[in-house]
Design a protein around this ligand. Structure first.
Ligand SMILES: Nc1ncnc2c1ncn2[C@@H]1O[C@H](COP(=O)(O)OP(=O)(O)O)[C@@H](O)[C@H]1O
Ligand SMILES: [Mg+2]
Length: 155
């Protein structure tokens, strides 16, 4: 497992780190061969998971605001420009009662499609349906504006 750790000192720095990270993920052709890229964001409330996802969306030229899809559980963003044909999926499992709710949204089909980049907040709530092949990112609040972010590529 590859592991890398950074500390950011503002929301903007977290978004920039997310943008760099996702460009690296998409440039990694090896990962595209079978199914979606899955990125799980682990960490407490306010640790920066949604902020990170906004940085991902910005790097991928998603139009409009990416907020926590709190009441939607899942949001799909078709990508344009150089990423045309791909989709960003943002799942927020915070309010679900069982992993079945995510399964019912087409989880397996979404993960089977190599055109998809899937970002999940609160993955612990769907632990039983998380595949081994994924990237885990852990967020920790270390000071008011400082976050430790640990990237763990399980491949
Ligand atoms: N270094 C940082 N990285 C990310 N967010 C930060 C940072 N410093 C302060 N913040 C603030 O912390 C909050 C993080 O919220 P959010 O991204 O919604 O967290 P989560 O989705 O993990 O609950 C935001 O209000 C953001 O502006
Ligand atoms: Mg959030």
């Amino acid at each position: 497992m590859k592991e890398r750790e950074i500390v950011t000192n503002s929301a903007k720095e977290t978004q920039e780190a997310a943008a760099d990270f996702v460009r690296g993920v998409l440039a990694d052709a090896r990962a595209a061969e079978d199914g979606a890229r899955l990125i799980c964001l682990w960490g407490d409330l306010g640790s920066g998971k949604t902020t990170f996802t906004q940085g991902v969306a910005e790097a991928l030229k998603v139009k409009g605001m990416v907020n926590s899809p709190t009441f939607l559980i899942m949001k799909k963003y078709p990508l344009l420009g150089e990423f045309k044909g791909m989709n960003l999926y943002h799942f927020d499992c915070y309010r679900i009662r069982s992993a079945e709710e995510i399964d019912d949204l087409g989880w397996r089909e979404i993960l089977a499609d190599e055109h998809n980049l899937v970002v999940v907040e609160w993955p612990e709530l769907i632990a039983e349906i998380l595949p081994e092949k994924r990237i885990d990112i852990e967020f920790e609040t270390v000071a008011e504006d400082a976050r430790r972010i640990v990237f763990k590529d399980r491949e």
